[in-house]
Design a protein around this ligand. Structure first.
Ligand SMILES: NC(=O)c1ccc[n+]([C@@H]2O[C@H](COP(=O)([O-])OP(=O)(O)OC[C@H]3O[C@@H](n4cnc5c(N)ncnc54)[C@H](O)[C@@H]3O)[C@@H](O)[C@H]2O)c1
Length: 407
């Protein structure tokens, strides 16, 4: 587990996933009886931090020498939670060492590099997976249920709001690491959030076919972890429109410079001909067609109707575990007994492509088409017209059926 002292590495991957899996006696395999236990080795740059973490959680193995850990056949899976900038180099080493690899998103800083990692992993025959955690959130699992049940009729549009105020660091410390606000260190809200938006959209509604985005640095200067002033060079707000396969329009706002006036930090409204839903991390409420009020626009009359009460809460009806843990269990089953895994490096590369093209859209002030991506896509994949027209805009091979299946 490389980068285990970081925010994600520690809380979500070590404590909430791997330690929780150990506590329950391992990952249950398909036969419903056999369990595979996990033994982590903590990898990082600071001996002190690793020793403290190992002692705190009663763990035996830690090292500051990644190469040695990779050369040791006892460790079967390389997991990466490093800052984005450091990821690709470490993953290349893990591929060369023949390890199965599970990583945080984004898999790389550029689409070419992300695709190269997917290709290298494929050629080396190493199993690979990328975090798709938002799909496992209770709210989005309820949304998937609604879609599968045909609740929406024809889905028309998706509107999403994600964000909250991240303090500048002057009179209150910032609640996110400062590298997120420096483009040169792999920061930026588009690079951070568009990979999430891409896998949510492609797995729930349809492939992202084009993006129009406006990326803005609303707060140009912040204070870092040491209280030192720095230039915030990365985008901290992004306003975007995605055209999805099947004619669905998704509008998603992402911001670290907005104050929350919603039930949850992320909220999507999905409107369909037969009903609408509003989902968050946990909650999901619906309004079916036959319980839809009939507002009449009249600015001269105060409207006393309480629209919030028109919605019905969708019951949980299930036990939703931490999404990071659930996906870890799926990945371990993939490694151990070849269980299916759709969320691989190629899926990760599609997310990086949408982020990259979102930034390009903003820089050039225009909508950009997103081509289909396969392991054979060249860097001309980012020249949309070429790739799409050459293939007759047809989805290529397994990816298309995979996505169709997912819908
Ligand atoms: N899935 C999600 O919801 C989600 C949320 C936040 C962040 N992330 C991703 O997780 C990754 C880590 O983010 P974080 O917020 O935990 O960051 P963090 O700064 O808290 O942790 C980063 C880790 O990388 C290590 N590191 C930093 N620079 C390094 C270098 N040059 N070489 C080797 N190691 C280095 C740090 O020591 C630390 O362990 C990022 O890629 C980010 O995009 C994912």
């Amino acid at each position: 587990m490389n980068g285990v002292s970081g925010r994600m590495g520690y809380r979500q991957h070590l404590v909430r996933s791997i330690l929780a899996i150990r506590e329950q006696g391992g990952v249950l395999l398909a036969d419903g009886e056999t369990r595979v236990q996990v033994e982590p080795i903590l990898v990082g740059r600071s001996e002190r931090k690793l020793a403290d973490l190992a002692a705190k959680h009663g763990l035996e193995h830690w090292t500051t020498n990644l190469d040695e850990a990779l050369a040791d056949p006892r460790w079967q899976v390389y997991a990466d939670f490093l800052v984005t900038k450091a990821r690709a180099a470490a993953i290349r080493k893990a591929i060369a060492a023949g390890k199965a690899i599970y990583t945080e998103k984004p898999t790389a800083e550029s689409f070419d590099e992300a695709l190269e990692l997917a290709r290298l992993a494929d050629e080396a025959g190493v199993k690979n997976g990328v975090v798709h955690d938002k799909l496992y959130l209770p709210g989005f699992q309820k949304l998937r249920r609604l879609i599968d049940s045909g609740f929406f009729g024809r889905i028309l549009s998706v509107r999403g709001e994600f964000g909250y105020w991240v303090f500048e660091g002057d009179w209150q410390p910032a609640q996110r690491p400062s590298w997120n606000y420096r483009a040169e260190d792999g920061g930026g809200i588009i690079v951070d959030m568009f990979p999430h938006w891409n896998y949510l959209l492609e797995n729930l509604f349809g492939r992202v076919e084009s993006v129009y985005a406006r990326a803005v640095t609303e707060i140009p200067e912040r204070l870092d972890e040491r209280g030192e002033r720095y230039a915030a060079t990365a985008d901290d707000a992004a306003y975007a429109i995605f055209d999805l396969a099947g004619g669905i329009t998704a509008q998603l706002n992402s911001g670290w410079t907005t104050r929350v006036n919603r039930d949850e930090l992320v909220e999507f409204q999905v409107d369909g001909t037969h009903g609408s839903a509003v989902v968050g991390l946990f909650g999901c409420k619906i309004q079916p067609r036959n319980a839809t009020p009939k507002p009449v626009w009249n600015p001269d009359l105060y409207d006393e109707h309480d629209y919030a009460t028109d919605w019905i809460e969708v019951p949980t009806n299930d036990v939703f575990e931490n999404g990071f843990k659930t996906q870890w269990e799926e990945f371990i089953r993939h490694v151990v007994e070849d269980a299916p895994n759709r969320y691989d490096f190629l899926a990760g590369a599609r997310g990086v492509l949408v982020a990259q093209e979102g930034l390009r859209s903003s820089a050039e002030g225009r909508r950009i088409d997103i081509p289909q991506v396969t392991l054979d896509s060249g860097s001309d994949a980012t020249e949309p017209a070429l790739a799409a027209e050459a293939s007759g805009s047809e989805a290529s091979g397994s990816e298309a059926s995979e996505l169709a299946g997912a819908r």
